[in-house]
Design a protein around this ligand. Structure first.
Ligand code: ADP
Length: 666
């Protein structure tokens, strides 16, 4: 072995070893992190030939997909194979879109695992395009099955609650129909009896029946209103509203109550308001009626003040954009620009509301705790309706109140449309309940409830019209074909064939299609479909004025054809009221002549207490002289007063000289 040798090369590899150890440490760290992450971490690549490959996937794949990481790294397609067939196309579309946009990829879909479990997954990843054309997604897939299940259960519970709410609303609508039907008889017959009953005690009882009936009806309407709002069925009707007139009316309506309690009703109305606004007048009136009514009810001394203002010019300045601000000084009233914010405040100096009650009182059926039921009564529905109506019309309610000092309810509507014209006064209901002003006609009354038919018969008793009665749609169609009536008064809900089907059948038959139909129903709202088939609509409880007013709409020319004499000559509308039976007419005329001075004063002051006295005097004379015309006139005044139909009341008062004139011609 001579000459042999060993050459050793020694190299210091400490750096390499250190680097390897550091790498290993980093790798362990990443693996631990990946294992601790609650989800599946992946790196997946789509090659230019559209094939997929998984570059990295953590162990979570075993729990979610029930396959091993090795299987996926070998063939990524086993993951795609698990996509639920119903979600397949959605998934493909989402990927195709993401390939184009390269936005963050977020998607939810279902898979069916090898053991048959259906799971909801959610991916969140960021794609990137590599130089070789590959697209690579790095991201995380989460199993969101429990969240989805909770969502589904919530949706189911919501659906169930909504169904229960619908059932409740339907129940209320039905119940109200059922209650309205007997109410029709109670109120209607009480009304008819007003003409017949003269003895003081009986009249007292009768008035109590009438007043309680009206209260009950108001309560039913409140409950229905609330259920309609809650079920989203209440529709707003926007029209031109003159705020000044509306507030005056409200003040007028409550002036008597305020006077009785020795309270002042003050108003402060912004002079810069537009002549009128576009609003739902009926609902605004309902809000004011309720809140002003409450203010008076809960106040014993002091005042109730209604303030109406639009936003001040300064506020408009600060809110308007700069380019508009420059013009504002030259723009006189803000409303001319089309929209205004509106604020209505009702302030009282009453008992106030404790801070902890202030939110609760807007809930249905809630009244302030400890409040005397006997003293204040009420149902706790008014404010619930008020708040919901306000919100439906885009407004908010604010309450400021202090126990023992008073309350202010403030309604803010930020975006009210203005109208430049003062707005048309609402159509005035003619003062009239004389059915004899129309030529004699045959009228078919269709209603399944005998008392309803009797009531209509009562209204026509003693008139020159002939009434036919049918108890359901089948009988009605038969009678309409046989007798060809001039007009049909048709109830909607009836057994055998309901009013709607009856109307369709009558309108499809050439023999009967020309006969006008007036719907008479206890159903709360006019139905579009029914309206298209009919010429008139009367809501139970029906009263004679509404009946006459519907007739006037339908037969405007017929009513004018008859002269006053003819009307007076014709048999009268109630048994005790034809001209021959007026006792000592000259004496009555003299009393009416003397009344004229009082009437002149009344017309100007329109003080409720005086109107009541006026009605009472006329009523006494009507009874004493057996003059039905006068009694019916009193009835009109009385009803208008009690139902707060101010326009009807004003008009009725104005008609006094005509009543006198008509009697002079007797
Ligand atoms: P109701 O007046 O029929 O009780 P509301 O819903 O209109 O029903 O009012 C609910 C409750 O709110 C009242 O019972 C009363 O306790 C309280 N409330 C409403 N307005 C006033 C007010 N102006 N002053 C004091 N309390 C009020």
């Amino acid at each position: 072995m001579e000459g042999g040798g060993l050459i050793c090369v020694c190299r210091d590899i400490s750096d390499k070893k250190r680097a390897e150890a550091a790498l290993q440490q980093r790798q362990n760290q990443l693996q631990n992190l990946a294992a601790a992450t609650p989800g599946l971490i992946f790196s997946a690549v789509m090659h230019p030939d559209n094939s997929f490959e998984c570059e990295y996937i953590n162990r979570a794949v075993e729990e979610i997909y029930e396959v091993t990481a090795e299987q996926v790294l070998e063939d990524a397609a086993i993951l795609f194979a698990q996509i639920h067939p119903e979600d397949r196309s959605g998934y493909d579309i989402a990927i195709a879109r993401n390939v184009k946009t390269l936005d963050r990829f977020q998607h939810e879909w279902r898979i069916i695992t090898p053991s048959g479990k259906i799971k909801w997954l959610q991916v969140n990843s960021q794609p990137e395009r590599r130089e070789n054309g590959d697209i690579c997604w790095h991201g995380i897939v989460m199993d969101i099955s429990s969240r989805k299940q909770a969502e589904a259960e919530l949706a189911q519970a919501k659906e169930k609650a909504e169904a229960a709410n619908r059932a409740k609303s339907e129940f209320l609508a039905n119940m109200s129909h059922e209650i309205r039907t007997p109410m029709n008889a109670i109120l209607g017959f009480s009304h008819l009896l007003q003409d017949l009953v003269t003895e003081a005690q009986s009249r007292f009882y009768l008035n109590a029946i009438s007043a309680s009936g009206k209260t009950l009806l108001a309560l039913i309407n409140d409950i229905l209103d609330l259920s309609k709002i809650e079920s989203g069925k209440l529709q707003l009707r926007y029209e031109t509203v003159n705020l000044q007139v509306l507030i005056n009316e409200i003040v007028y309506i409550f002036s008597q109550k305020a006077a009785e309690k020795n309270l002042a009703i003050l108003t402060d109305i912004d002079p810069n308001l537009p002549p009128s606004i576009i609003f739902d007048e009926v609902r605004l009136r309902q809000i004011l009626f309720n809140v002003v009514g409450n203010a008076l009810k809960f106040t014993e001394t002091g005042y109730v003040k209604i303030t109406v203002k639009s936003q001040t010019i300064e506020n408009l300045h600060s809110q308007a954009p700069a380019w508009e601000r420059a013009n504002l000084h030259s723009q006189a009233p803000a409303w001319e620009r089309g929209k205004i914010p509106l604020e209505l405040a009702i302030e009282d100096t009453g008992i106030g509301i404790a801070p902890e009650q202030q939110e609760r009182i807007f809930d249905a059926f809630i009244q302030a705790e400890g409040q005397s039921d006997r003293k204040y009564g009420g149902t706790g529905l008014g404010l619930a309706i008020t708040k919901r109506l306000t919100e439906m019309m885009g407004g908010t309610v604010q309450l400021q109140s202090e126990l023992g000092k008073g309350s202010t309810f403030r309604f803010i509507f930020p975006d009210i449309s203005c109208a430049a014209s003062p707005g048309n006064p609402s159509p005035q209901t003619e003062l009239d309940c004389n059915l004899n002003q129309f030529p004699p006609m045959t009228i078919l009354v269709v209603d399944d409830v005998p008392s309803n038919r009797d009531l209509i018969q009562g209204y026509f008793a003693g008139t020159k019209h002939a009434l036919l009665m049918a108890k359901d749609g089948i009988e009605a169609i038969h009678m309409a074909q046989k007798y060809h009536p001039y007009l049909i008064l048709l109830d909607l809900r009836m057994p055998n064939l309901d009013g709607y089907q009856t109307a369709i059948s009558l309108k499809n038959n050439p023999q009967t299609q020309a006969i006008p139909i007036i719907i008479v129903t206890a159903t709360f709202e006019q139905d579009q479909q029914v309206s298209s088939l009919c010429q008139g609509f009367l809501r139970k409880p029906v009263n004679r004025y509404e009946l006459v007013s519907q007739f006037k709409n339908l037969f405007p020319h017929e009513s004018k054809l008859l002269s006053k004499d003819q009307i007076a000559d014709a048999p009268s509308t109630s048994p005790s009221s034809n001209s021959e039976t007026i006792k000592n007419l000259p004496e009555l005329l003299e009393k009416l002549r003397q009344e004229e001075t009082q009437w002149q004063l009344l017309r100007q002051s329109l003080i409720t207490r005086d109107i009541r006295k006026f009605i009472q005097r006329l009523q006494d004379w009507g009874t004493q002289h057996q003059c039905s015309l006068l009694l019916e006139y009193c009835q009109t005044l009385q009803t208008a007063l009690e139902t707060f139909e101010i326009e009807r009341l004003y008009k009725a008062i104005d008609e006094f000289p005509q009543i006198k004139q008509t009697l002079e011609q007797f």
